[in-house]
Ligand binder design. Sequence first.
Ligand code: AKG
Length: 284
Amino acid sequence: MSSTTIDASTTGERRPLRWETFSARDAHLHEGAVDEVLTRRRDGVTVTGIYEPEEIDRALAHFEDPRTPKLDHTFGALIGMSLGMVGEEPDRSRYLDDTAQAMEIYEEAFGFDPFERLADRIRPLAGGRDLAPPYEDGRPYNAGQIRMWDPGSGGLPAHVGNEFRALMEHGAMRHLLTVTAVKDHLSYFVVLRRPEVGGALTVYDLLWEEDQGIGDVWENGARKDSRFSDVPGVQFTPGPGDLILFGGGWRWHRVDPLGPASRRVTYGGFAAPSLDGRTLHFWA
Ligand SMILES: O=C(O)CCC(=O)C(=O)O
């Protein structure tokens, strides 16, 4: 286990991040971690050893095979649609159908369900809750998606989860908000391929209430975020198999642009408690 605070030394200094790094084997020593992040008493955790190196190699060979179906994205490709891609469509069948197909691809790639593995490893952090995707009419949301970042891609400009809730509450999130407490939610991802240059997650010393990005259009990831060069932040470059789980709903963050020869592959999404408080819902 390492450190409880990290200086925001990358671009200046203000409030330190409250962050811990530990092995999945020690998850039982961090029982309240999810609630601490949801209630902003902690900024995030890095949990090492979610997947084994040989499991990751097997999965990457499958995901990176040109015959494996993928969806185009600004930074490269996705396997598994994002809920946000539903847009203003009144029903989510396209998303739920795509989820069913993506879950088959994940299982074939890893040889097991990657979400079940993640849930098994971090269950102690969730304070006795079940870990599961939300369901609509008996059909699961995608608990996590595969994000494949092309060499030289622009990363993801600075953003914060609460702004997407505000953008999607009358569209893609209409059903989700009837089952899940989406506010100050968690962002998570497990790195499968770590880029050699760029692609770090920067977590800023800036909260949703301090800057709501009003008038600051997202436009499918094309946002100009140069004003963030003056905001102190901490960079994270987790290794393959490592999970980052943090307060992405309430803390500004971004994924830095990738170097010209670097690829990045992650499995990730978002998490928040169900409205009845019994389940920690995961979706992407
Ligand atoms: O590395 C990733 O998958 C992106 C994480 C992120 O920015 C988010 O979940 O909001």
